[in-house]
Design a protein around this ligand. Structure first.
Ligand code: PFF
Length: 443
């Protein structure tokens, strides 16, 4: 079977940035930072993104382009032995993440409808809290929204790499960025927002402990779409002429910028609304944003635009979670895209049922002290993404080694001295750092 390719350099960057920028930036980052000491979390997060996140994005992409395969096939072709198992864990991780990703994306769609109806206009903190609880607490409605979201993702992935994923990302990403800048500018000037800005930006390392360190590492990987082979798969569609390092840098910078903007939007808005950071949990973004819309001229329309664009940003990420599963089913099991995509979507939806209920009627169910959502989040964020990244670093750094350096540039041309620094990070800094943090998180 001939492999699909990205149509252009911009197309690839937009698709990869579309994968990175998503609910992780706008829904997850603010409440994670809020719950883990604000600036302490941010500093660790930035250190991980720049310290080895970028190097690992390059590593996944080069593993994908060299092998031209899905995660399982990539590890088989490039490393052999038991290594394909790592790719398999990656594919499974994609299923687990999608099972909660579609639930949260479903809330986004619900909020789009609320915005259209005017239910978000000028409401008090109490009303917004109950609006969120009412949505997540009703058994069927959030599942229908999640299913609708999944169905759209499946349709995009069924259409293939160029016409589906790439086209959608190129259009929506820039729009989201503009709306986000406008909203953040308003949020930081709300009365009372100053304390929130200080909480996020004024360095205070006292909140750093093992848990914060591993949460920040997991968040960095989640946000960069690292550790499950999503970028291996996207790399497998890269042309020989693409400059992997330069493109990866653009993706990482865009992702970090959007996370910073979202943090500076949500956290100051929380302070302005008198909320304690970290108290809102997974619902934070949804409970806080309407106050910002209300403070903007034309807030009603901005709310509509924002939730529409957030849904689209979630879509360009969810397709990148579906894609490794579909590529695996296609490459390894000869199941055509048109059948593989709905199959994968269905599997994730089955798991989405208990996840969604864990925000409502099953709220009190506890497994090892975690809610069902909390457990999936912990397993993927704190364990399997760091594990997958560690294994990728070992394969690319030690098994492929200098051959990977030679494969970074366009059409095999040398890329300059930074490539040696990159190899050093992939060989030493990333593995040692990840192992150390994994241990911190467990003890
Ligand atoms: N990076 C996405 C986000 O921040 O929303 C989530 C994600 C997509 C994680 C793809 C992992 C992945 F492979």
């Amino acid at each position: 079977m001939r492999r699909d390719h990205w149509g252009s350099r911009l197309g690839f960057i937009m698709a990869a940035a579309g994968s990175a920028v998503g609910l992780g930036n706008i829904w997850k980052f603010p409440y994670m930072a809020g719950g883990h000491g604000g600036s302490a979390f941010l500093i660790l997060y930035l250190a991980f993104v720049l310290g080895f996140g970028l190097a690992l994005v390059i590593a996944e992409l080069v593993l994908g382009r060299m092998s031209g395969r899905n995660p399982v096939g990539a590890f088989r072709v490039m490393a052999g032995g038991a290594w394909p198992l790592v790719g398999g864990i990656g594919v499974l991780t994609a299923v687990l993440i999608l099972s909660f990703y579609c639930v949260v994306a479903g809330w986004t769609i619900a909020y789009l409808f609320y915005a259209i109806e005017g239910a978000l206009d000028a409401t008090s903190a109490g009303t917004l809290e109950s609006l969120f609880n009412q949505l997540t607490g009703s058994g069927l409605a959030p599942l229908c929204y999640a299913a609708a979201f999944m169905a759209i993702s499946v349709v995009i992935v069924s259409r293939g790499v160029g016409s589906g994923i790439e086209r959608a990302s190129k259009l929506f990403m820039p729009l989201l960025f503009v709306v986000l800048v406008v909203m953040t500018a308003r949020a930081v000037t709300l009365p009372g927002a100053g304390a929130g800005i200080a909480f996020l930006l004024k360095p205070d390392l006292s909140a750093i402990d093992g848990e914060t360190v591993s949460a920040a590492l997991g968040q960095a990987f989640f946000s960069l779409s690292l550790g499950l082979g999503g970028l291996v798969t996207y790399g497998s569609y890269m042309r020989a002429s693409a400059h992997i390092g330069r493109d990866a840098l653009a993706v990482v910078l865009l992702d970090t910028l959007v996370a910073m903007l979202a943090g500076l939007l949500i956290i100051p808005a929380m302070f302005a609304a008198g909320m304690t950071p970290g108290a809102g949990g997974a619902g934070t973004t949804f409970k806080v944003l309407p106050a910002v819309f209300a403070a903007l001229p034309g807030g009603h329309w901005i709310a509509i635009g924002f939730f529409a664009l957030l849904t689209l940003a979630a879509l360009t990420s969810s397709v990148s979670l579906l894609e490794p599963i579909v590529a695996w089913l296609g490459d390894e099991h000869d199941i055509a895209r048109g059948r593989a995509a709905p199959l994968a979507g269905l599997a994730c939806m089955v798991l989405a049922v208990p996840v969604s209920l864990s925000f409502g009627v099953w709220e009190h169910v506890r497994i090892m002290g975690y809610s069902i959502f909390g457990l999936l989040d912990f397993l993927t964020n704190n364990l399997s993404l760091p594990f997958g990244s560690l294994m990728t670093a070992i394969v690319v750094g030690w098994i492929i080694g200098p051959r990977a350096v030679a494969a970074l540039g366009p059409d095999g041309r040398p890329v300059g001295a930074w490539a040696q620094a990159w190899l050093f990070v992939v060989r030493f800094v990333a593995p040692i750092g990840i192992v150390w943090i994994l241990i911190q998180g467990l003890v």
